[in-house]
Design a binder for this molecule. Structure first.
Ligand code: DC
Length: 224
């Protein structure tokens, strides 16, 4: 049997930072499912599929072979054999991923890959539907959130640190848009699983959030 920790929440709540830190301390594998949806979005963009062309997304997604492997403890996403880690963090890919991830065929394909991985390995998996759909029987489920304002400020800080020009108001509007799409789509919308523990990181530092999850692992008897 493998130990699974499911972490869901909106963009910018700190999921990946916290999930990575928990995985390291528990000696589990960190699975970033958003990266898989991003790789699929990159594939569609490369094939000149437009976000509104749902029928085309339906057909084209069958041609994408998305797998993950681990190099020095880091997740590498392979799109038809190519390492696309460095190409999937653009705003264009973010937007396409948020739209194409609403497609049933896209989800079916990626969810089965995620479930197979969690069956084999002890994982900390983050995404939008991990506690509700991918790993409904995970004993530890976290719903990680923060206010839109705090999330926008964090993103603004990350981008300006990289030297990118951006406006806080535009980032905030973009986050609201993504939240709405992720939370209102028909298939597997983002929502807190009934048995998930809510952690709001608006006024919390990373260490506090990580320790809350580690304490839950201890209570549930999860082994390192
Ligand atoms: O976590 P992220 O921002 O890298 O995710 C990119 C997009 O993929 C996001 O808009 C929602 C979607 N996604 C999803 O629908 N289900 C998941 N399990 C993970 C991500």
């Amino acid at each position: 049997m493998s130990y699974n920790i499911a972490i869901d929440g909106p963009a910018g709540a700190g999921k990946s930072t916290i999930a990575k830190a928990v995985a390291k301390r528990m000696n589990y594998i960190y699975v970033d499912t958003g990266a898989m949806y991003r790789a699929m979005a990159l594939f569609l963009l490369r094939n000149h599929v437009k976000p509104e062309e749902m029928e085309k997304i339906n057909e084209q997604c069958q041609e994408a072979d998305i797998t993950i492997r681990y190099e020095n403890g880091e997740q590498v996403v392979l799109l038809n054999g190519e390492n696309v880690n460095k190409l999937i963090r653009t705003e264009e890919v973010s937007k396409m991923a948020s739209i194409s991830s609403a497609n049933a065929n896209v989800r079916k394909k990626l969810v089965s890959l995620q479930q197979a991985l969690a069956k084999r390995e002890n994982v900390v998996m983050d995404g939008r539907d991990i506690g509700t759909c991918v790993l409904p029987s995970a004993e530890i489920k976290i719903y990680l959130t923060a206010s839109v304002e705090v999330r926008a400020k964090r993103r603004f800080g990350e981008l300006t640190a990289k030297g990118e020009q951006c406006a806080l108001a535009a980032i905030e509007a973009d986050i609201r848009d993504r939240d709405r799409r992720d939370m209102t789509r028909e298939i597997s919308p983002l929502k807190q699983a009934e048995d998930a523990v809510l952690i709001d990181t608006s006024d919390m530092d990373i260490e506090e959030a990580v320790m809350t999850v580690i304490e839950l692992c201890r209570q549930k008897g999860y082994e390192r």
